[in-house]
Design a protein around this ligand. Structure first.
Ligand SMILES: Nc1ncnc2c1ncn2[C@@H]1O[C@H](COP(=O)(O)OP(=O)(O)O)[C@@H](O)[C@H]1O
Ligand SMILES: [Mg+2]
Length: 260
């Protein structure tokens, strides 16, 4: 079934402080939505709240995937329902190899008795790593331990490719990537585009969107989506920055401010 992802009136707090102040977004399979915005406007909070990070408390609103209530689900259930988040700052896990981690993640989404065979898994992982121009040794390295920023980002994309999710959220996947790595990562993402899958691409900079072409662009400020448009909106932000949006909307401080 093609993904149908609906976020409505989503509010979330961290340690009692409200960061998300009512997010509405509808996304269908085949679509790429970009969320752009300066630092501190709540972009990563949105990603984490959707994924179910325990630090973030959703206080109002809804998020559904194909009619199923995501907010009722535990993190692993959300993943099994088809949600995937490539994190802005991926965690390092010592003692767990990259391949062990990925195989467990794949098998956690399968019924008991239908686990992926080791041979098939290794073959797939090797193939995807080749596409991403990753050194094969990364298969047996501890998860993200000692990886450079760019290697972590490629590894997130590798996970996405292997897990075959319905809704992909990429949080600043471009940060820490040089232009060649950015192109490889974008190729990986574009190869995964399909009518069955939706992408939410969070980025500070327009540059990424030259390689991953969005259908819709949303600007986030003060914990809300304050402006939406097509790809031309990203181009204007690239040319003119975010100041004009603030002026147009009478926003002085775009961050999730100190106000009560
Ligand atoms: N773990 C946290 N603990 C406390 N405050 C946080 C935490 N994460 C985010 N915030 C607050 O939420 C605001 C928005 O952060 P974030 O969602 O990371 O923004 P963005 O990704 O747009 O840069 C930050 O300015 C900060 O005040
Ligand atoms: Mg962020």
């Amino acid at each position: 079934m093609a993904a149908d992802f609906v976020i409505s009136g989503l509010k979330a707090t961290i340690e009692g402080k409200e960061i998300l102040k009512g997010i509405d977004l509808q996304m269908k399979g085949g679509e790429i939505h970009a969320i752009m915005g300066p630092n501190g406007t709540g972009k990563s909070t949105l990603a984490s709240a959707l994924m179910g990070h325990p630090k973030y408390e959703v206080t109002e609103g809804a998020a559904t995937l194909n009619g199923e209530d995501l907010l009722e689900m535990a993190v692993d259930e959300r993943a099994r329902a088809g949600l995937f988040l490539a994190m802005q700052y991926p965690s390092e896990i010592s003692g767990v190899t990259n391949s062990d981690f990925l195989r467990s993640a794949i098998n956690a989404r399968r019924e008991e008795g239908s686990e992926i065979s080791l041979i098939k898994f290794i073959r797939q992982m090797e193939g995807k790593m080749k596409e991403l121009e990753m050194n094969p040794e990364f298969m047996h390295r501890y998860l993200n331990e000692g990886f450079s920023g760019g290697e972590k980002k490629r590894n997130e994309i590798l996970q996405m490719m292997m897990l075959d999710p319905k809704i992909v959220i990429l949080d600043e996947i471009d940060s820490g990537l040089d232009i060649d790595a950015l192109k490889i990562v974008a190729q990986g993402v574009n190869a995964m585009r399909s009518e069955e899958r939706g992408f939410l691409v969070i980025t500070h900079y327009q540059r990424l969107l030259n390689y991953i072409k969005p259908d819709f662009v949303h600007v986030m400020m003060q914990g809300r989506i304050v402006k939406s448009g097509g790809p031309e909106l990203a181009e204007r932000l690239e040319a003119e920055g975010y100041e004009w949006v603030k002026e147009e909307l009478g926003i002085e401080d775009e961050t999730v401010g100190q106000e009560a």
